[in-house]
Design a protein around this ligand. Structure first.
Ligand SMILES: Nc1ncnc2c1ncn2[C@@H]1O[C@H](COP(=O)(O)OP(=O)(O)OP(=O)(O)O)[C@@H](O)[C@H]1O
Ligand SMILES: [Mg+2]
Length: 241
C-alpha cells in the first residue's frame, strides 16, 4: 500500500535457545488501529521491544518512512515518532504526574515553559489535569495507566504502541480509554496495541495480528480473525485468566 509508513520484515529474536520472535512481518498504514493478540509468553512484548529499540533483532528489519531503523536506540526512535507504554508501568514514583509527563515533553520542548504547557495539554487530554500535582505513587491503577499514555503522548508520536494498557481497568474505565484512543486516532495517530480483552480488540481495532510461540499465525479483519478456529485454540488454550 502506498500509505505504508512502518514496516516490520522477518524479525527474529533469540534468547539463547529460545526463539521468542520468529520471522514476523507486517506493515502499518497511517491512521490504522491494529491489535496484536496471542497467549501469554507468545512473544508480543518482545516484538514491541524490537520495534521501539529496547531490544535489537537477531535478524530482520524494522523500517520507518522507508529507512531501516534497526541501529537506532529507543530515544532516537522516539524522536522519529515512535511512542510506547510499558506492560509494567515505570513512572518515577516520587515525581508528580506533571513532572513525569515533562520527562517526555522535554524531548520536543527545550524550554521549561513549553515542556510544562505540553505536559498540561496531554494531562488534560487523558483526564488527569486535576491530578497534575499528585505524586505518581499516589495515583490509582487507572490513573497510572493514563499517566503512561500521557508520557507517551508528550513525545508527540506518529505511532503509539500500547502494551496491555487496559489490563485491570473496570468496564467504564475501558470505555473511557477507548473513547480517548478514538479521539487521538481521529487526529491522525496510528495505534498498534497488545490487548488481551477480545471485546476491546473487536470494538477498537480494524486489523488483528495473532502471535503464537513467536510466530505470526494469522492476520486480517478483526471479526474474521476472531472467528477462526486455530486462533481460538491458540489463544484460549494457554491463556492466563
Ligand atoms: N530478556 C529475556 N531473556 C530471556 N527470555 C526472555 C526475555 N524476555 C522475554 N523472554 C521470553 O520470551 C518469551 C516471550 O515473552 P514475552 O514477554 O514477549 O511474551 P508476551 O506475549 O508479551 O506474554 P504476556 O502475554 O504474558 O505479556 C517468553 O518465553 C519469555 O520468557
Ligand atoms: Mg507481554
Amino acid at each position: 500500500m502506498s500509505d505504508t509508513f512502518f514496516r516490520v520484515h522477518g524479525v527474529v529474536k533469540r534468547f539463547g535457545g529460545l526463539v521468542a520472535v520468529n520471522d514476523v512481518s507486517f506493515d502499518l498504514r497511517h491512521g490504522e488501529i491494529v491489535s496484536i493478540i496471542g497467549p501469554n509468553g507468545a512473544g508480543k512484548t518482545t516484538l514491541f521491544n524490537l520495534l521501539t529499540g529496547q531490544l535489537k533483532p537477531t535478524a530482520g528489519d524494522v523500517s520507518l518512512n522507508g529507512e531501516v531503523i534497526n541501529a537506532l536506540p529507543p530515544d532516537a526512535r522516539a524522536r522519529l515518532g515512535l511512542g510506547r507504554t510499558f506492560q509494567i508501568a515505570k513512572p518515577l514514583p516520587a515525581l508528580t504526574a506533571l513532572e513525569n509527563v515533562m520527562v517526555g515533553s522535554f524531548l520536543r520542548h527545550h524550554k521549561l515553559r513549553g515542556a510544562e504547557a505540553k505536559a498540561y495539554e496531554v494531562l488534560r487530554e487523558v483526564g488527569l489535569a486535576r491530578r497534575a500535582n499528585v505524586r505518581a505513587s499516589q495515583l490509582t491503577l487507572s490513573e497510572r495507566r493514563r499517566l503512561e499514555v500521557a508520557r507517551a503522548l508528550a513525545l508527540e508520536p506518529v505511532l503509539i504502541l500500547l502494551d496491555e494498557v487496559m489490563a485491570g481497568l473496570n468496564q467504564s474505565e475501558v470505555a473511557e480509554s477507548i473513547d480517548l484512543f478514538r479521539r487521538l486516532n481521529a487526529r491522525g495517530l496510528t495505534f498498534l496495541i497488545i490487548e488481551h480483552n477480545l471485546k476491546v480488540v473487536r470494538a477498537f481495532s480494524e486489523r488483528v495480528i495473532v502471535i503464537d510461540r513467536g510466530a505470526k499465525i494469522a492476520e486480517g479483519n478483526a471479526d474474521e480473525i476472531l472467528a477462526m478456529p486455530q486462533v481460538i485454540t491458540a489463544y484460549l488454550g494457554r491463556r492466563r485468566g
